[in-house]
Structure formats: C-alpha cells, structure tokens
Design a binder for this molecule. Sequence first.
Ligand SMILES: NC(=O)c1ccc[n+]([C@@H]2O[C@H](COP(=O)([O-])OP(=O)(O)OC[C@H]3O[C@@H](n4cnc5c(N)ncnc54)[C@H](OP(=O)(O)O)[C@@H]3O)[C@@H](O)[C@H]2O)c1
Length: 249
Amino acid sequence: MKIAGSVALVTGAGRGLGRVFAAELVSRGAAKVYGAARDPATVTDAGVTPVPLDITDAEAVARAAEQCADVGLLVNNAGVMKASTFIDAPSLDAARLEMETNYFGTLRMCRAFAPILAANGGGAMVNMLSVTSFFTNPFNASYGASKAAEWSLTNGIRTELHHYGTLVVGVHAGFIDTDMAAGLDVPKISPESVATAVFDAVEAGEVEVLADERTRSIKASLPRDHELIYPPIQELWDSAFKSPGGGRS
Ligand SMILES: NC(=O)c1ccc[n+]([C@@H]2O[C@H](COP(=O)([O-])OP(=O)(O)OC[C@H]3O[C@@H](n4cnc5c(N)ncnc54)[C@H](OP(=O)(O)O)[C@@H]3O)[C@@H](O)[C@H]2O)c1
C-alpha cells in the first residue's frame, strides 16, 4: 500500500516508538495521521491529530473507531513491559496487565478497525511485536508470553482478513532506544530505523519485519531453540541467581 495520501492511526503515539511512527508517516506524505494516546495532550507533533485512546477500554476503542472511520493504515504500537518473571513475581498483576494490553488490547483494536480497513479498500495493519514472541527470557517472561500471544493473533488475522485485501504486518525487534528499554545497558537500535523498516515493508507488501540482527538470528535458530537459544539464557540466569543479592532470599 502507498503511504503517501493514506490515512493512518498509531496507538501509543505520545512517546517512544509510536511518536516516531507517527512522524515517519507525516514525512512520507500521509494525508492524515491520528496519534492515539491515553493522554492526547502528549501528542504535540505537527501534522499529527490527537485522539484519546486507552486500548484496554472497550468503549474508548469503539469511540476511536467512530471518530477515525477514514483510516486505511492501523499501527498497533501501544504496549507494556513490566520485567516480570513467571515464578518469583509477587502476584499475577504484571502478567495480567501485559496480556490485557499487548494481547487483548491489540485484539480489540484489530476487531474494531478490520471492518473500517475493509470498507476503505483493504489497507494495512501493523502489529508491533518483539523478539520475545519467539522465545522466553526470565527477565521479562510474562511480557514474552503476551508477545507470543500477539504474534499468534497477528498470524491468525492475516489469514482471516486476506479476502478483504488487508495486509497484516508483524514487526519483531530486540531492544529499541525508548523508555521501555531505558536503564538497560545493552545494544539498542533506534526507533527511527524501526519506523523506516516498517513503512518500507508496508509499501512493499511484506508480511514480516525482523528489525535487527539479533532478531533475525533468533528466528533462524528456532528449529534448534534448545541447543542455540536457551543454553546462554540459562547460563546468564543461573549466574545472576548465584551472584550476591540474586535469586530467592
Ligand atoms: N523498547 C523496546 O526495547 C521494544 C522492543 C521490542 C518491541 N517493543 C514494542 O514496541 C512498542 C512501543 O514500545 P516503546 O518502546 O515505545 O515503549 P514505551 O516508550 O514504554 O511506550 C509505550 C507506549 O505504549 C502506550 N501504552 C501503554 N499502555 C497503553 C494502553 N493501555 N493504551 C494506550 N496506549 C498505551 C504508552 O502510552 P503512555 O504514555 O500513556 O504510557 C506509550 O505511548 C510496544 O508494543 C513494545 O512492546 C519495544
């Protein structure tokens, strides 16, 4: 699909990757860019129209769908990561919030906007997933589960929406330089590089973006995940567990 002249909506557009997605759409000549955010006052960039939207709120999603019935490109970017393990997390709260936002919130958006995209000629949906859709790291285990669920959702709706002519793009990335990865001393890619790769893929009709070398390597390793992916994670986790202050008290 062509970005120039299109009408797009980006969730979580007040900061981070969502803000960069919206700016890239403006610079590629989109006719209208809705920047959806829980606090629409955070959407201040030129050319981006603020829309109030919490994707976990069914009524807010319905209102946004009514307000933005001209959308042809939906970018499901909003997400949360609570850096929570499965076993030692104090409660299920983080896991529930991640699933409620990353999986159910995105599913709710897909269901609300699928008929709108179809009515507007098919268009495209972009779902911002993660390298952790492919494997589980204890550091952000329940986030990985929500992103795996969101990956499954992305593959499923691609099949369901094919006959409407809707392109469904799944985007997987490792660490990106935004608030979500702030404080982590690891290599990070820029949000601008992700936005460029994503909208190049949309324009080329590609169904998947693997945004960095680590993500490409992890996906290629999936047939041998217990040999190639999990041993180094296990080693890191065990050593953190043995270090002073690490692991259970
Ligand atoms: N940063 C990374 O390393 C990384 C790597 C791979 C994938 N991702 C994915 O990329 C996407 C963007 O993340 P980011 O890096 O930009 O993180 P971020 O800086 O933490 O921003 C998260 C965005 O999601 C919004 N959001 C959270 N819950 C929401 C809700 N219920 N309704 C509407 N908006 C909500 C936030 O809005 P508020 O301002 O209202 O909180 C914010 O705009 C996420 O889906 C994330 O999982 C990130």
